[in-house]
Design a protein around this ligand. Structure first.
Ligand SMILES: C[S@@+](CC[C@H](N)C(=O)[O-])C[C@H]1O[C@@H](n2cnc3c(N)ncnc32)[C@H](O)[C@@H]1O
Length: 238
């Protein structure tokens, strides 16, 4: 775990993920009202449709999706990429991982993947087009990007729940009972920025335009706009 005296943690999102790594999965399941496993099953089946030989999960966190993939398709080469080392410690040793940022990994070598997956990561990237361009660099010409992200539902109780979480609770991140040990500066805790991202995206979602700007040939959305998550599949060139 990152220690209290590690002062820079207050403003560095990578170190925030390192700090939260041990509790990330349990908390994510809880705040999703246990929907997280079902969302990941949906991502899995979307990936499976392409019968890939290789899949890279970028921003894999503690590796929930990687484990599903490794069990369901043991012949497929899977790779986890994450810049938070403590997240990668939770990935089973049998699954290859690289401790790198998306930016560095995208330029690391020319090995191309049939599918790249990215779940709950794009929202944290400073520029969606840059991140998607970096992902595309490691995709085979006939490859596909499967992307899951949080999404402001159009109307109804799901929207109210989403707004309560992202615009009331997340801005207090670092003050709450589940983060009383947060060692950084509370007002500038990087996780609070998630609220701002979702306000901007609710006004104008960067997708699908960002896919096309990044060079993808086609992109389609596979969950209804009333949902709290959006699933996108973007096809590379072929
Ligand atoms: C919210 S977690 C999502 C983890 C996992 N994909 C999931 O769906 O549960 C975001 C993860 O992406 C990683 N991450 C965020 N930006 C990254 C980047 N630019 N390069 C590499 N990893 C990144 C974080 O360290 C963290 O583990």
């Amino acid at each position: 775990m990152v220690q209290l005296e590690d002062q820079d943690i207050g403003t560095d999102l990578r170190r925030t993920f390192d700090w939260m790594a041990d509790r990330y999965l349990e908390q994510t399941k809880r705040v999703s009202r246990q929907l997280y496993p079902r969302w990941m099953e949906h991502v899995m089946s979307a990936i499976g449709e392409f019968r890939p030989h290789s899949v890279a999960d970028v921003g894999c966190g503690p590796g929930y999706l990687l484990e599903l993939l490794a069990h369901a398709t043991p012949d497929v080469h899977v790779l986890g990429v994450d810049y938070a080392e403590n997240m990668l410690k939770h990935v089973p040793a049998s699954i290859p991982t690289v401790h790198q940022s998306l930016e560095d990994w995208s330029e690391d070598d020319d090995t191309a993947y049939d599918v790249t997956a990215m779940t709950f990561v794009l929202r944290d990237q400073p520029d969606p087009v840059t991140a998607l361009t970096q992902l595309r660099r490691r995709l085979a010409p006939s490859g596909h990007l499967v992307l899951l992200e949080t999404h402001t539902p159009e109307v109804g109780w799901k929207r109210r729940g989403f707004e309560l979480y992202f615009h009331r609770l997340v801005p207090m991140w670092g003050d709450m009972h589940w983060t009383p040990d947060w060692p950084g500066i509370r007002d500038s805790a990087p996780y609070r920025r998630l609220s701002e991202t979702h306000r901007v995206w609710a006004n104008k979602c960067p997708l699908p335009d960002a896919f096309y700007e990044a060079g993808f040939r086609h992109a389609a959305q596979y969950r209804p706009s009333s949902d709290v998550v959006m699933l996108w599949i973007a096809d590379n060139e072929a």
